[in-house]
Design a protein around this ligand. Structure first.
Ligand SMILES: *Cc1c(COP(=O)(O)O)cnc(C)c1O
Length: 492
């Protein structure tokens, strides 16, 4: 097999920062002040004063720099190798978008600056809203939500506000079991009971079952499309008709938009409100908690409820409109994660409409390439052409008592980040692989070879996989103990 990154070599051990340095060592010397020294503590009420802190790190500048640089090198990211984490769209993010986000004129802005002095920034927001509306076929967008889950929350608040104004907020939200786990959480936060809809044998929504569940107390159906099986919901117009017939609205979870750019639009399918994840589809590095952006988009009739303020354009001037009496209110302290908007804006402009469509076509092609090459070596629970990700299971390997977890750990020994595992929940021992459009055929072939080798080893030497990973810094963890008794305390 081709040489993998992640082979040993100069990988440093690194103790805690507290174990470096010694008492009195520091990173820099500040010149002695020419003003008389005062003790700030003497001017404050004693109740607000902190006592002495024992054990703070005291290190020189090179010790600090090396410490954090070494730690950063233990990190595995999309800039170091293939990151096939399904449902996460870990695509490579072009560096030119980073340059746009760092432009001094944008990065140096203050959120409380008067709108007249921030026309360029407001224009970026206004134009980006229009572009994103075009992508999903909606009429209005708000960039405020700072994550996909917050976009869902915002969308459901819009739905609640709409029903409330019509006289009854309604009681429940229907969510197929192939939806994303954040969906029921968002519905609960908006005070809706959730009803889980089991998928049919083909992984699609069961129309007869939906018809039975749908009633006048159902506020909405939340639909992830492509769903978490990586499949496109076939009967989506019928689904929308069934929900609309009883006065409900349809929410589209568009976090998987990378599969359908320039191909299919939520608005055209009859969906009323949706969100998308700029940090997945539109080129912002993610993982590790943010920052992200999950714009909420809706049809015209929901616009009055959109989060405030709204960016407006009148007579060539951009402004922020706070006077929105029906609005669900602000979702963020200021205007959301602006750096993410700049990356998305630069990404859309550099790709163009045709480029975005090609990205989705390549993402879907890549996922089907991996599915086709691994079929046979691994069990495919739902057959058919997949969208941007494919789902396999450990059914064949279970005969040798090798599980999805063992396969994932075996991949680490072969230099690859594992795919998403044990998700979607409706597939036992699931492995969900999303290559994205940015991977070359050589990289995918190397990953496929590693997966095939693991399938062979599962038959010939299953015990070795139970011990994996053996080449990583941290060996197999006792995950139950780590979850139940996390030991987070630093002891000297
Ligand atoms: C990632 C994802 C979400 C949640 O997005 P966050 O930004 O992580 O909150 C919701 N739905 C689907 C289908 C996703 O893949």
């Amino acid at each position: 097999m081709a040489q993998q990154p992640g082979a040993r070599g100069l990988v440093f051990n690194e103790p805690l920062i507290f174990e470096h340095g010694r008492k009195g060592r520091k990173g820099c010397d500040v010149p002695k002040s020419e003003f008389p020294e005062t003790d700030p503590a003497a001017t404050m009420p004693p109740a607000l004063l902190r006592g002495p802190v024992e054990g703070l790190a005291e290190v020189s500048e090179p010790e600090a720099v090396r410490h954090f640089t070494r730690l950063s090198q233990w990190n595995y990211g999309v800039d170091s190798n293939f990151y096939p984490l399904g449902s996460c769209t870990m695509k490579y993010n072009p560096k030119v978008n980073e340059a746009a986000a760092r432009l001094e004129g944008f990065a140096g802005l203050h959120p409380l600056q008067d709108a007249s002095t921030a026309q360029g920034a407001l224009r970026v927001m206004y134009d980006l809203e229009r572009m994103l509306c075009e992508v999903v076929g909606m009429d209005a967008a708000s960039l405020q939500p700072a994550a996909g889950a917050q976009g869902e929350f915002a969308g459901l608040l819009l739905i609640r506000a709409y029903h409330t104004e019509k006289g009854n907020p309604r009681k429940k939200v229907i969510i197929p079991d192939s939806g994303h786990g954040t969906n029921p959480a968002s519905a609960s936060l908006c005070d809706y009971a959730t009803v889980t809809l089991p998928s049919g044998p083909d992984g699609m929504i069961d129309l007869a079952l939906l018809e039975k569940e749908m009633d006048g107390e159902t506020a909405a159906l939340m639909l992830t499309n492509p769903n978490t099986l990586g499949m496109f919901e076939k009967n989506i117009k019928k689904v929308c008709d069934i929900v609309h017939a009883k006065g409900g609205l349809v929410y589209g979870d568009g976090a998987n938009l990378n599969a359908v750019l320039g191909k299919a639009r939520f608005g055209d399918m009859g969906i009323d409100v949706c969100h998308m994840n700029l940090h997945k589809t539109f080129s912002t590095p993610h993982g590790g908690g943010g920052p992200g952006s999950g714009p909420v988009l809706a049809k015209k009739f929901l616009e009055p409820y959109m989060p405030a303020p709204r960016v407006t354009l009148r007579d060539g001037r951009y402004d922020l409109d706070f006077n929105r009496p029906k609005s669900i209110g602000a979702l963020n302290a200021f205007w959301g994660n602006f750096g993410v908007y700049l990356r998305a804006y630069a990404y859309v402009l550099t790709m163009g409409g045709a480029g975005l469509r090609e990205a989705s076509e390549t993402a879907v092609l890549n996922a089907n390439y991996i599915l086709a090459k691994l079929r046979g070596a691994y069990h495919v629970p739902y057959e058919g052409t997949c969208m941007h990700e494919c789902v396999l299971s450990d059914k064949f390997q279970q005969e040798h008592h090798v599980s999805t977890l063992d396969i994932a750990k075996g991949l680490i020994d072969r230099g690859f980040h594992p795919p998403t595992i044990y998700f979607p929940l409706i597939v036992k021992g699931a492995m969900m692989i999303e290559p994205t459009e940015t991977e070359s055929v050589e990289t995918m072939d190397a990953f496929i070879a590693a997966m095939k080798e693991i399938a062979e080893v599962a038959k010939s030497d299953p015990e070795s996989l139970a011990a994996a990973p053996v080449t990583a810094k941290v060996k197999r963890l006792d995950e139950t103990q780590a979850a139940r008794q996390p030991d987070l305390r630093y002891r000297r």
